[in-house]
Design a protein around this ligand. Sequence first.
Ligand code: GLP
Length: 239
Amino acid sequence: MRIFCEKDYVSLSRRAADIIIGAVNKKPDCVLGLATGSTPIGVYDMLSSACAAGKVSFARVRTVNLDEYMGLAAGDPASYRAFMNEHLFRRIDIDIANTHIPDASAGDENIRCARYDALIESLGGVDLQLLGIGRNGHIGFNEPSPYFSVGTHEAELSQSTRRANAAFFGNDENAVPKSAITMGIGSIMKARSILLLASGEAKREALTRAVRGNVDPMVPASVLQLHGDVSVICDFQID
Ligand code: GLP
């Protein structure tokens, strides 16, 4: 595990964007695993600028996102599909048909989850997975739990996660959906390379426990210690 403690959010975003641009330039048809939340917005801005400047092309890139809220109407501006379109997909030269987000519409979620895992397999697996981290150490929507999840599944969101994500729902935590479809810890660990971002003091404790503590499903991100190719980028110091 490589840990980069950057001086601020811009430097964190720059380092992450450079790693992603390097991966795409090396393998133009790579599969990127993408994340939502406020943390990667700076990275997405830099990727959009680099694409506009001709420094990278996403024309052949395929993407799979980590998660999607359950129970939102198609096209809801708070959905992760809307977030990705706004912050990245509409601003780069990617073919929108090559962008994938878990299907959180009504129906049998077991079938839809199995289809998402099969889709990732059919794309050849994820080359580079971008992750944020929740204040309780969650990745994707894999909340603290007595065991590590395996594949894509429906996850109940903790109250603290709903509170943390209320900013995207008019600061009303009751408006945040109670569950989501998320890639599992097993799916995330299959990525060939992983990039974990943590910005702001509020993430220091979770990140420190994830990279310095025991591997423990009550701190889901700690599982990344068992992966052979992880870069962690934060904008604070950790001991
Ligand atoms: C949500 C997402 C996670 C993300 C987390 C942190 O729970 N499902 O993928 O890492 O929020 O978000 P933020 O970057 O806004 O702190």
